[in-house]
Design a binder for this molecule. Structure first.
Ligand SMILES: Nc1ncnc2c1ncn2[C@@H]1O[C@H](COP(=O)(O)OP(=O)(O)O)[C@@H](O)[C@H]1O
Ligand SMILES: [Mg+2]
Length: 382
């Protein structure tokens, strides 16, 4: 049935969803490669669940088509799609033991001899010794593994996971991230994983689609998204970025800009296409790329590095690193992460410092966007 040359990619073409006058998902084209671990990442309300539910067939798209391999499934009801979903709430049957829970999908299809398949699944999720326990006797993480086994026993082509780790505490969530990744690698089927947690998406996924306001803002491998964000939203939502408003002085293979009295350089191929002399640009650099030197030692800094002077406003020691906040004419509240190797005791709040970094680690974004888009607020974190 499925043409081997096209494989079993999940392909969304012009998919959108409106509720009345509200557009939850704007027309969207997306290909999820067969066998990949794919994450849909974005803040609450950006349209992740709606997108997932359209793939599952639980929601009718307003426009567009969905195909699996060369098969158009847009009009198929959920139970006819080779797709299973795991939700945040595991919804296991409380009165059945673990092996009966896992066998449920096979039994419902009238399959009698389920033992071998159930045992394989128990082994896959490493719960062989819990086969005859009831769900309430298992931890949250174990219950979620049962939910995954219960879905995988149906041999779906695609497993959809909607914030499956959302109910777990941080430590367990980290373990389950690795565990789910291992399971996906072992079974080799396509996982589409929805999360609002950028670390989770980066840890687990081969490809991440960053969603914002019902649109995919950028798509790529985790390291590529992190190093080469194209918008302020992606720059701020994935990790932390320092974004500095600047004026372009020169363009070319190196772009030279002026920011708060400092002259900075950045590679032309890491700048937005809109860069032109006399225009504005947001200069971006990640906190861990920056070094801090006390102003008294400024002459020890190697030539050719970007430099910005400032004053330490705040510092927090967090074990592996110290995180500094530095106010400078180029921007207030610049973030710098220094590994704790040889700590300079003079680097305390109030100290005059030079921030310096390799120009190659600098990127440039369009100036005409909200510089704070995607910055996590205290409200979001609660
Ligand atoms: N059945 C519905 N009717 C009206 N609005 C909806 C419905 N389902 C979702 N929405 C809205 O669509 C937007 C996207 O929702 P959702 O896909 O659940 O976001 P996410 O999963 O990213 O948090 C939200 O603003 C939500 O309130
Ligand atoms: Mg959701």
């Amino acid at each position: 049935m499925t043409d081997q040359t096209t494989g079993g990619d999940v392909r969304l073409t012009g998919i959108s969803k409106t509720y009345g006058s509200f557009t939850a998902v704007h027309p969207l084209d997306l290909t999820v490669p067969q066998g990949s671990f794919f994450a849909l990442l974005g803040a609450s309300g950006c349209g992740k669940t709606t997108t997932l539910r359209m793939i599952a067939g639980l929601e009718d798209p307003t426009t567009g088509t969905i195909s699996l391999g060369d098969r158009d499934v847009t009009d198929l009801p959920p139970y006819k799609r080779p797709v299973n979903t795991v939700f945040q709430s595991y919804a296991l049957f409380p009165h059945m033991d673990i092996s009966e829970n896992i066998a449920f999908g096979l039994r419902r299809r009238g399959i009698k001899s389920v033992k071998k398949q159930v045992d394989d699944m128990l082994e896959l999720v490493q719960l062989g010794d819990k086969a005859h326990h009831k769900p309430h006797q298992l931890s949250g993480g174990q219950q979620q593994r049962v939910a995954v086994a219960r879905a995988l026993i149906n041999h779906p082509q695609v497993l959809l996971l909607d914030e499956p780790l959302g109910a777990l505490d941080l430590k367990l969530r980290r373990q389950m991230q690795l565990e789910l990744k291992r399971i996906q690698t072992e079974v080799g089927i396509t996982f589409v994983h929805v999360t609002h947690d950028q670390e989770e998406a980066m840890t687990m996924a081969d490809q991440v689609a960053v969603m914002n306001g019902g649109r995919v803002e950028q798509l790529g491998a985790p390291a590529d998204l992190y190093e080469n964000p194209r918008t302020t939203f992606v720059a701020n939502f994935l990790g932390t970025s320092n974004l500095i408003g600047a004026e372009v002085l020169e363009t070319g293979s190196d772009v030279v800009v002026s920011a708060g009295g400092a002259t900075l350089r950045l590679p032309g191929d890491r700048c937005t296409d809109a860069v032109r002399t006399g225009g504005g640009l947001l200069v971006g650099v990640r906190p861990e790329k920056i070094s801090l030197t006390h102003a008294d030692d400024a002459d020890t800094i190697a030539g050719g590095r970007n430099r910005v002077t400032g004053r330490i406003a705040d510092s927090s020691f967090i074990g592996v690193s110290t995180q500094y906040v530095v106010d400078s004419p180029a921007g207030a509240g610049l973030q710098v992460y220094e590994q704790n190797i040889e700590r300079d005791a003079r680097l305390v709040p109030g100290a005059e410092v030079v921030l310096h970094w390799n120009p190659a680690h600098t990127f440039g974004l369009d100036a005409d966007q909200d510089i704070d888009a995607g910055v996590e607020t205290v409200e979001d974190a609660s």
